[in-house]
Design a protein around this ligand. Structure first.
Ligand SMILES: *[C@@H]1O[C@H](CO)[C@@H](O)[C@H](O)[C@H]1NC(C)=O
Ligand SMILES: *[C@@H]1O[C@H](CO)[C@@H](O)[C@H](O)[C@H]1NC(C)=O
Ligand SMILES: *[C@@H]1O[C@H](CO)[C@@H](O)[C@H](O)[C@H]1NC(C)=O
Length: 494
């Protein structure tokens, strides 16, 4: 079941300098891609590395539950109050709005009392495991900028795995394991993020910090992005420059905080005691009131604006880049290989803009078939050097010998010159054939071959003789044995 969570058809966020920025200003925000500056040559653009502002990413996701019918209330059922196994007359009923707990309530505005929450069916099929996968998909690479926070309305699960995908859900990696007993649940030693260091920051750990029993008051589970940032930026993230320096040079670190999807695998509900109370299975279920995911569109430091249009996020690329993540150079701007912008040097970074493929010296245009021009003093003119794509000429405006103008391609198209077959000047179709679109000769029925140069064979083994025709070759190749009637003047396509 895909729930459409898109509250607005078109949302847009633009970075504006914000007084609420939690970080010091000195190291730069990367919130503009270019500014106009004055130089000796007048006003020119100065390009900089840039990125969209960090925002609440739960507005732009799709949520999917597995099993699809795991939400409580269809059919209606009763469950026990949190923390009180003997008050079991609470009701979940999907058809009554006040008693329904659909998945979108994990992402609505919190702060109301009582809070709204998604709730699963109860563990009535015990001892069959009660397991739920909650998949959050953005269909866009995003970079996490703050802790992922999941608030449970019931007890926090005894066992849970947070997973991530970087390839739109094709493959998954664990992000963090959560259990009351890591060794028992996952054969892992319990650890906390604080046990890690700069060198082990990418380690996937199992933590027992967030899984204490059913009766405790705490409802929250974290995936600690900020504690991991702090290994580079210091305890209060004062030195973001240092973090950005690391992100710039260490792809693995950057990728660690990048996702296209997240998956919460709920493996065992809060039990709290050693034994499951089989007489009151309506005590056991999952309920989540809130999920927080903050991040920004990954635009490779080539955009400050990320647009949400048609249920899709995409970067508004600058620096003459293009693609959903600004991951390539625009057409005609492939003068050097694409590369992401760089945070360095702090604070402006480096834009690494894409440069035009066509050098423009004077009026010289090479139609995108060369990126080098040469000035010929003697002729006082500029010519394109090393024309590619089978072109030639001062402006790469002609086709090389043996190649012909593709009438359906523009002059700057890579396919403008094609090895075709005939034209009406140099490469004539023979024996009265006519050239069709430079692509093929339309031959009279008695002839065949690319240029109508071969007489068609008779079934008897002989060949047609036409005006000026040489003696027929002996033993015509079988492939040419076509049942074409002799003497038909009508041209045939072969
Ligand atoms: C959750 O996802 C995992 C990994 O794909 C799969 O093995 C498991 O069966 C899923 N669980 C449910 C309840 O769908
Ligand atoms: C991108 O190309 C346009 C022309 O299409 C040009 O005006 C602009 O300055 C270029 N931007 C960069 C960053 O090179
Ligand atoms: C001619 O150019 C068009 C447009 O680029 C292209 O689709 C087509 O394949 C080209 N024809 C040949 C024979 O290459």
């Amino acid at each position: 079941m895909y729930l459409s969570r898109f509250l607005s058809i078109h949302a847009l966020w633009v970075t504006v300098s914000s007084v609420m920025q939690p970080y010091p200003l000195v190291w730069g925000h990367y919130d503009v891609c270019k500014t106009q500056i004055y130089t000796e040559e007048g006003k020119v653009w100065d390009y900089m590395a840039c990125q969209p502002e960090s925002t609440d990413m739960t507005k732009y996701l799709k949520v999917k539950l597995d099993p699809p019918d795991i939400t409580c209330g269809d059919p209606p059922e009763s469950f026990c109050a949190m923390g009180n196994p003997y008050m079991c007359n609470n009701e979940c009923d999907a058809s009554t709005p006040e008693l329904a707990h659909p998945p979108e309530l994990m992402f609505d505005f919190e702060g109301r009392h009582p809070s709204t929450f998604w709730q699963s069916a109860t563990w009535k099929e015990y001892p069959k495991p009660l397991q739920v996968n909650i998949t959050l998909s953005w269909s866009k690479t995003i970079e996490l900028t703050d802790n992922i926070v999941i608030t449970f309305e019931s007890g926090r699960p005894d066992q849970m795995i947070l997973e991530k995908s970087l390839d739109y859900g094709r493959t998954w990696q664990p992000y963090q394991y959560y259990a009351t007993d890591c060794l028992d649940a996952f054969h892992m030693d319990p650890k906390s993020v604080k046990d890690l260091s700069q060198h082990t920051v990418l380690e996937i750990i199992c933590t027992e910090e967030y899984s204490t029993g059913y009766t405790t008051n705490s409802k929250i589970i974290h995936f600690e992005i900020k504690d991991r940032f702090a290994f580079f930026a210091g305890p209060r993230l004062r030195n973001m420059a240092s973090l950005y320096g690391q992100l710039d040079t260490t792809k693995k670190l950057r990728d660690f905080f990048t996702v296209t999807d997240l998956r919460i695998r709920l493996l065992r509900p809060a039990v709290g005691e050693i034994f499951v109370d089989e007489l009151h299975l309506a005590r056991y279920f999952y309920a989540i009131s809130d999920i927080k995911v903050r991040g920004r569109c990954k635009c490779n430091l080539h955009a400050t604006v990320c647009v949400y249009d048609n249920s899709k996020l995409s970067c508004e690329c600058e620096h003459n880049t293009t693609g959903p993540d600004c991951g390539k150079c625009k057409k005609n701007y492939q003068g050097r290989p694409w590369s992401p912008g760089s945070y360095l040097p702090i604070p402006k970074g480096t834009a690494n803009t894409c440069i035009p493929s066509i050098s423009s010296i004077g009026n010289c245009e090479c139609f995108g078939h060369s990126n080098r021009c040469s000035y010929i003093d003697l002729l006082n003119t500029v010519i394109c050097v090393s024309c590619k794509h089978n072109t030639r000429g001062q402006h790469c405006e002609l086709c090389r010998l043996g190649f012909f103008r593709n009438a359906s391609a523009q002059l700057d198209d890579e396919n403008v010159c094609i090895a075709n077959v005939c034209d009406n000047e140099l490469l004539h179709c023979q024996n009265g054939g006519t050239c069709h679109n430079n692509a093929r000769c339309l031959c009279p029925a008695a002839y065949t071959g690319i240029l109508c140069e071969k007489p068609r064979c008779q079934e008897a083994g002989g060949c047609a003789s036409g005006a000026g025709q040489r003696a027929p070759p002996r033993g015509c190749p079988a492939l040419l044995l076509l049942p074409a009637p002799l003497g038909t003047a009508r041209p045939r396509l072969f």
